[in-house]
Design a binder for this molecule. Structure first.
Ligand SMILES: [Zn+2]
Ligand SMILES: [Zn+2]
Length: 557
């Protein structure tokens, strides 16, 4: 029985390169999930794109003397390269800069306005007389009223995490010129969020069975504090225009339009696929929608986006919002501003993508923050990927090449130990099926690695490298059994380690694709030709630890 699965991946701001925190938090989990569901035979649509609007982009552009469009285009291209290098396989990765996106946003704007879920009101906003412009929240800086540290922004204090209103800042000044702003009246559109408080409370209660506890708790607390209407337009010129006359100097605020990207990207994908109505299957018919995000994005995906969808009507609400906690680097907070991030393109220029995917999967910040350290990376790469899994594959496939003419060995009636080894492989795939279905990725990959470790014990007991000289049929039985389990490992690791799984698929001499084989144990056919193996993973020297730690500007403890 196949299912239809929509996967939305958080849209990164196109103002910097991709770092490991993004990958661990929001990019790798959905790719694992999508590959698993595709292998299961489900109909999957996975979309995302670069968020090219918003002050993070304009601030960078102003600092570099470029246009926001140039900055956004540059980093969008960087993201695409990093995703390709990492094997993050979107059905469509687009941007919020398309005409299609603007049209979908404006349609939602007008429908919500028509249904009275949007209304106009006057607000007081910081205005810089020197720059002669209204200042978005992030353009105002000052001393935090809570922790008293300087450098707090108008939207948030990074030092203590307090969400801010620009009027609360002490000694507030314009980030561009340093002048203290005055507050002026300006007219804006508001989303009537308060109207959705009850429907959302009821809807969230129904999700209790399958949402992660951190997501449930956060959302409930947010709702119980009461929902306030929010301004969805700003006095800026970079963003989606308001589709009404008289508002030429204002734009739709980025938090309102970026989430609409999930829908607009689905429509763009449908256009490109040649069936412009195909998006409806994922939005208006039976389909489970998953949104993979970092924890700082929870309210936008469990409250604001669902409220917008309820208001618009006739579109599927999120089924699950698997939100991750944060990844720290070398036990420090991963922060781009403090410049101790590890950039994906740097990483991929020196190491294998599967090595990173493995590290971030076994160490995924799914229920609590986790830490990336180079020492642990080298250890897990060498002890687990290379020694436990890679060497297993290599010694079995090499023996088949050497002693069985590179063909899958014939087998007699397998003994009980061998039969139970194959049963264990089938069981592993079944257990992983349940774990992956429930987005429990870390447990799933550990289950796969446990099967590799058990296969090594099996081989040590059978010692086919000895029996091949004295009892060749016995060696054939052991190698056939090991090959069968390795075929299962190829599938089990595929969502996590697609590059090495695809190479292994080729070494095994299999035709077709792993996804086409389905989420089940494919048994090698005795006598079938295999291909000469090469090492799946590269062993790393311990010197990597010091080299990379120095590169981060840290000294080894
Ligand atoms: Zn503070
Ligand atoms: Zn100014």
């Amino acid at each position: 029985m196949t299912e239809r699965i929509f996967i939305g991946v958080a849209w990164p701001y196109a103002n910097n390169r991709l770092h490991l925190g993004h990958v661990a938090g929001a990019c790798l989990p959905p790719d694992i999930f999508a590959r698993y569901h595709r292998t299961r035979g489900d109909e999957v649509l996975m979309v995302s794109g670069s968020d090219q609007h918003g002050t993070p982009v304009t601030i960078r552009a102003e600092a570099e003397g470029k246009s926001p469009a140039e900055v956004a285009a540059y980093f969008h291209q960087k993201f695409v390269e990093s995703f390709t290098g990492l094997g993050i396989n979107f059905d469509l990765y687009t941007t919020t800069g398309t005409a299609n996106h603007a049209a979908v946003v404006q349609d939602i704007f007008l429908r919500l306005l028509d249904k009275d879920y949007l209304y106009k009101d006057t607000v007081s906003q910081p205005y810089c007389v020197n720059c002669r412009r209204f200042l978005p929240d992030r353009y105002v800086e000052g001393v935090c009223p809570s922790c008293k540290l300087p450098g707090a922004r108008g939207d948030q204090c990074d030092a203590c995490g307090k969400p801010m209103n620009p009027a609360e800042l002490i000694n507030a000044c314009c980030k561009l010129c340093g002048t203290p702003p005055e507050f002026r009246e300006t007219e804006h559109f508001f989303l009537r969020l308060s109207a959705f408080e009850q429907p959302l409370l009821e809807w969230v209660k129904e999700q209790a069975g399958h949402w992660r506890l951190n997501v449930q708790r956060f959302t409930k607390r947010y709702l119980e504090e009461g929902l306030h209407d929010r301004a969805i337009t700003r006095d800026i010129t970079w963003g989606i225009p308001i589709p009404l006359p008289g508002y030429e100097d204002k734009r739709i605020y980025v938090w309102f339009e970026a989430v609409i990207g999930y829908l607009s990207a689905s429509k763009e994908w449908a256009q490109i696929s040649g069936d412009p109505e195909a998006w409806r299957k994922f939005w208006q018919e039976d389909c489970k929608s998953y949104y993979f995000i970092g924890k700082d994005n929870i309210p936008f995906h469990t409250i604001i986006w669902p409220a917008m969808l309820m208001g618009y009507g006739g579109l599927n609400l999120p089924y699950d919002v698997p939100s991750n906690e944060f990844l720290t680097v070398e036990a420090q907070k991963l922060s781009k501003s403090k410049n101790i991030a590890i950039w994906v393109d740097d990483f991929l220029s020196r190491y294998q993508p599967d090595a990173l995917r493995y590290m971030l999967s076994v160490n995924m910040p799914d229920t609590s923050d986790t830490d990336f350290s180079w020492r642990e990376f080298v250890r897990r790469n060498n002890d687990e990927l290379v020694a436990t899994y890679g060497n297993l594959v290599n010694r079995v496939l090499s023996m088949v090449q050497k002693h069985f003419e590179g063909k899958v060995p014939e087998h007699s009636s397998l003994d009980e130990r061998s039969m139970s080894m194959i049963a264990r492989a089938e069981e592993t795939l079944k257990t992983m099926d349940e774990l992956l279905y429930a987005c429990r990725f870390k447990e799933a990959i550990k289950t796969a690695m446990a099967l590799a470790a058990e296969t090594n014990r099996y081989l040590d007991e059978k010692a086919p490298w000895k029996s091949v000289k004295t009892d060749k049929p016995a060696a054939g039985d052991a190698l056939y059994t090991a090959l069968t389990v390795i075929s299962g490992l190829r599938t089990a690791f595929y969502p996590f380690l697609p590059f090495s799984s695809e190479r292994l698929h080729h070494f095994l001499g299999f035709d077709g694709t792993i996804e086409a084989d389905g989420w089940k144990l494919r048994r090698p056919v005795p006598g079938a030709a295999m291909n000469p193996p090469e090492a799946l993973f590269i062993k790393l020297d311990d010197s990597v630890i010091e080299e990379e730690t120095t590169r981060l500007g840290l000294t080894l403890a």
